[in-house]
Design a binder for this molecule. Structure first.
Ligand SMILES: O=C(O)c1ccccc1NCC(=O)[C@H](O)[C@H](O)COP(=O)(O)O
Length: 269
């Protein structure tokens, strides 16, 4: 079994336990369940958007501990204030050190849309995402059939959530369906952990033109963003590059300033 199989196996157990602990009908009574979702799609398409979906994660299977004891508040506040188009928050506890409380806390203090970054395999997790204040959910093609992607995406759309479908290779293009709003190419192979930004470039032309494209993982410099933009990418999901710093807020603000300067030079040139 590879790491993704392990994560999914433990997720199945976790979801069944949660269903017992907090029945789905109870989730629907959470105040945030009835709140309005804001749109990541609109933010990515907005004129002058940085396109950055800044991620908050404490650890990961590929990197181990990144920033174990960090508090979420100051980090997401800076992401929001300095121009993130969206914020991605890992809610998986075992492998990423996250929790639902991280999103509940962040929702209260930021206005940008929040992506619930987790391994969604069950409708329960979609209701849960809405109940904790997420606006976008992630579906990963590598662990879902095309039919299951379609079912879960449709279910999410009916909850007014936006859907990001993550793919990694050409075969997974067949998972793209009408209900998906955003297609993300993960530059990290979730089975081997190798990272190659060229994945995004190779797949860019093959993604249907009506989908918003984002590139995920292993992005650490503004030149890569400029290159990806030339291939039609509107969004850039970046985690470790910020979270590895003692103060991710400073790293994020510096990165955005450098991106804005480079984008201006590019437009003038
Ligand atoms: O990052 C991992 O080790 C990982 C392993 C298995 C499944 C998912 C994993 N990561 C989730 C992500 O895709 C990244 O957190 C996200 O794209 C940001 O990547 P990075 O900028 O490289 O931190």
């Amino acid at each position: 079994m590879n790491i993704l199989d392990n994560i999914i196996a433990s997720k199945r157990i976790e979801v069944e336990q949660k269903k017992e602990l907090v029945p789905v009908e109870d989730l629907k009574t959470f105040p945030l369940y009835a709140s309005m979702c804001n749109s990541l799609v609109s933010n990515l398409l907005a004129e002058g958007s940085t396109g950055i979906i800044a991620e908050f994660k404490r650890k990961s299977p590929s990197k181990g501990v990144i920033n174990a004891d960090i508090q979420i508040g100051p980090v997401v506040e800076t992401y929001d204030a300095h121009g993130a188009a969206g914020i991605s928050i890992l809610t998986d506890e075992n492998y990423f050190g996250g929790s639902n409380d991280d999103i509940i806390y962040a929702r209260d203090i930021v206005s940008v849309p929040i992506l619930r970054k987790d391994f969604i395999i069950d409708e329960y997790q979609i209701i849960e995402a809405k109940a904790i204040g997420a606006s976008v959910i992630l579906l990963i093609a590598a662990n879902l059939t095309p039919q299951r992607v379609q079912e879960l995406a449709l279910f999410a759309k009916r909850q007014s959530l936006e859907v990001l479908l993550e793919i990694h290779n050409e075969e997974e293009l067949s998972h793209i369906c009408t209900e998906v709003d955003i297609v993300g190419v993960n530059n990290r192979d979730l089975k081997t952990f190798t990272v190659d930004v060229n994945r995004s470039i190779e797949l860019s032309e093959k993604i249907p033109a009506d989908k918003i494209k984002i590139s995920e993982s292993g992005i650490s410099d503004v030149d890569t963003i400029l290159r990806l933009r030339q291939h039609g990418y509107k969004g850039f999901l970046i985690g470790e590059n910020f979270m590895k710093h003692a103060d991710p807020s400073i790293a994020f603000a510096d990165f955005v300033n450098a991106l804005k300067a480079a984008s201006k030079v590019e437009m003038e040139g």
